[in-house]
Write a protein that binds this ligand. Sequence first.
Ligand code: FPP
Length: 240
Amino acid sequence: MEEISLNNLPKHIAVIMDGNGRWAKSRGALRIFGHQNGIKAVRETVEACAELGVGYLTLYTFSTENWGRPKMEVDGIMDLLVKTIGDEVPRLHKNNVQLKCIGDMDALPEKARRNMEKGIDTTKNNTGLVLNIALSYSGKWDIIQATRKLASAVKSGEMTPEEIDEEQFSRLLSTYPAPEVDLLIRTGGDHRISNYLLWQSAYAELLFLDVLWPDFRKSHLLDAVRAFQTRDRRFGKTHD
Ligand code: FPP
């Protein structure tokens, strides 16, 4: 922690929590066992970000494409979500964390949606870390839902096509008012973005780790932030 410069923190960290299935398989267990064991990693990541003073943490918890997994796994993840949100909200609230959800909430089972809405309402006035849980989310979904809103605004005459710019578009993305992602971490060894925060990661620093998500600990997050602080971010410009 002492090696981290607090005036160069990533404002927004996004995580693709991959590797739960392989973690379970290597123990001869069902995939859901891996998801259950991913909760400790979520807790440690949230705690580390809150302690450091990171503004926004966005966790890829369930993608639009994940609906295509076997029903048993999907139901297991949804039940786990209901239980975890119920168990964790008091602690999040105590730590001044504001819980939010990005994604197509309407696609969630009623119980998961209601639980999430309750957690969002309980923590809505908190001023610390903003924790975005991406559920039934994909980057393309987000871009399309924003585009639909823009198209409606143009159709109704509220704005002209010429008024559409990056600023206007960003305001309609589900992550608003979070700034763009500074650091995107993917565990599990694969090197891809998997339809995550496509617009928001335009200039994110990417970090791909071999560690499987259930093994991810606070020390990995701190190492990731240290690695981020060694990167030379030019945003397409030069330093001279
Ligand atoms: C990817 O691993 C993981 C998921 C699709 C689910 C992640 C969900 C959790 C860790 C629960 C989190 C809960 C909250 C409240 C944030 P995978 O199944 O694709 O693993 P594999 O690549 O090894 O098959």
